[in-house]
Design a protein around this ligand. Structure first.
Ligand code: UT7
Length: 325
C-alpha cells in the first residue's frame, strides 16, 4: 500500500534582536530572577523592536526555512500561519508572508489556537496535503506576545516572549507504516468551558481594543500536565507506537516544571526532551517550531527520528502531533 505523507523538508526560525534578562523585570514589578527561574525555568526572552511586526518575524523564519530546504516562494502552494497576535484584525498575517516571499500562487491563512496553534496548524496542513489540496506547505508559528502583556501583572508579564518558527511540509509517497518519514498521527482537543482560565480581556466585537493577557496560572498548570500526557498517549496510540519509540519530545515551552512532569508521566527521560524555555520564554504558537529549528541547529534531532510535539493554551485548546523527521 502507498499513501501520501506530509514530510518535513526545511525548518527555520527568527528571534528579535532585543534580549531581556529576568533581572530587568526587577525594576518594573515586585519579582526576582530567582523566582522566575525556579517557578518557570525562564532566564531570558526576546522582545520585538518598536514597529517590528509578527509578519516581520514570520517572514524571516519563513525565509530561513526556505533556505534550509533549498526552495523559494515559487515552490510553495500554501501557508498556514498560527498566531494570536496578528499584525491587523484582517487581512491574515499569512497573506503578508505570502507576498513577501514572492508567492503568487496558492493560498494562505491564519489559525488561532493560542499556544496550541502550531499543533493545529500542522494538523490542518497535513489534512490539506493528504486530501491533495496542496503539495508543499509552509507552516509557521509567529507571535509578538510582548504587545498583549499587562506590565503591572507580575504573574504573567515575566513569562512570555516574541519569536517565530517555520517548517515546510512536502507531499511524498509513503508505505503507510510507522517507518515512513512525515506526520504519522495528529490529536486535537478544545474545551470552551475553560475560556476564563487564560484569555485576553479585549477584542474586536467586545471592547474594540486589543486587551491584555489574563491567566490563572495554577489552574492552567493543573490542566496542562494532565491533558498533555493524555494527548501524547492518544497520538502514540493512533500511530500504534509506544513511549519507548519516541526519540524526542518537542514540547510547548511554557514552564520547565510542566515539561518535566509531562515527560515523567510519559516515562520519557529528560535527555530526550528539547528544552528552549530558558532562552525564549513562552512564545505561544511559535514555541514548537522555534524549538524544532534550534534542536536541529544543536544537532539534537536528525532525519528519521520520531518526534512527539505537544502543546496546550487558551481555549483551553491542546493537542499533539507525531512525526518522523
Ligand atoms: O502557554 C499557555 C499555557 N500556560 C502555562 O502553561 C502556564 C501555566 N502556569 C505556570 O506556568 C505557573 O502556574 C506560573 C509560572 C504561572 C506560576 O507558578 P506557580 O508555582 O503556580 O505560582 P503561584 O501562582 O502559585 O504563585 C506563588 C506565589 C504567589 O504568592 P503568595 O500568594 O504565595 O504570596 C504569587 O503572588 O508567587 C507569587 N508570584 C510571584 N512572585 C514573584 C507570582 N508571580 C510572581 C513573580 N515574582 N513574577
Amino acid at each position: 500500500m502507498t499513501i501520501t505523507r506530509s514530510v518535513p523538508v526545511g525548518v527555520g526560525h527568527y528571534l528579535p534582536e532585543r534580549v531581556v534578562e529576568n533581572a530587568e523585570f526587577e525594576s518594573w514589578v515586585d519579582t526576582s530572577d530567582e523566582w522566575i527561574r525556579t517557578r518557570s525555568g525562564i532566564e531570558r526572552r526576546h522582545f520585538a523592536a518598536e514597529g517590528e511586526l509578527t509578519s516581520d518575524l514570520a517572514i524571516a523564519a519563513a525565509n530561513n526555512a526556505l533556505a534550509d530546504a533549498g526552495l523559494t516562494g515559487a515552490d510553495i502552494d500554501a501557508i498556514v500561519l498560527a498566531t494570536s497576535t496578528p499584525d491587523q484584525t484582517f487581512p491574515s498575517t499569512a497573506t503578508k508572508v505570502q507576498h513577501a516571499i514572492g508567492m503568487k500562487q496558492g493560498f494562505a491563512f491564519d489559525v488561532q489556537a493560542v499556544c496550541a496553534g502550531f499543533a493545529y496548524a500542522l494538523t490542518n496542513a497535513n489534512a490539506l496535503i493528504v486530501a491533495g489540496q496542496a503539495k508543499r506547505i509552509l507552516v509557521i508559528g509567529a507571535e509578538t506576545f510582548s504587545r498583549i502583556m499587562n506590565w503591572k501583572d507580575r504573574t504573567t508579564c515575566v513569562l512570555f516572549g516574541d519569536g517565530a518558527g517555520a517548517v515546510i511540509l512536502e507531499a511524498r509517497t509513503g508505505t503507510g507504516d510507522t517507518s515512513d518519514r512525515g506526520i504519522l498521527a495528529c490529536d486535537l482537543h478544545s474545551d470552551g468551558a475553560f475560556n476564563d482560565v487564560l484569555y485576553v480581556d479585549g477584542g474586536v466585537s467586545s471592547t474594540q481594543t486589543t486587551g491584555v493577557l489574563v491567566m490563572q496560572g495554577q489552574e492552567v498548570f493543573k490542566h496542562a500536565v494532565q491533558k498533555l500526557a493524555q494527548t501524547a498517549d492518544a497520538v502514540l496510540a493512533k500511530a500504534g507506537l509506544a513511549h519507548a519509540d519516541v526519540d524526542w519530545i518537542v514540547p510547548h515551552q511554557a514552564n520547565i516544571r510542566i515539561i518535566k512532569r509531562t515527560a515523567a508521566k510519559l516515562d520519557v527521560p529528560m535527555d530526550k526532551v528539547v528544552i528552549t524555555v530558558q532562552d525564549h520564554g513562552n512564545t505561544s504558537a511559535a514555541s514548537i517550531p522555534l524549538a524544532l529549528s534550534v534542536a536541529k541547529q544543536r544537532g539534537q534531532i536528525k532525519q528519521g527520528d520520531l518526534l512527539l510535539t505537544e502543546a496546550i493554551g487558551g481555549g483551553l485548546s491542546w493537542g499533539a502531533v507525531l512525526m518522523r523527521w
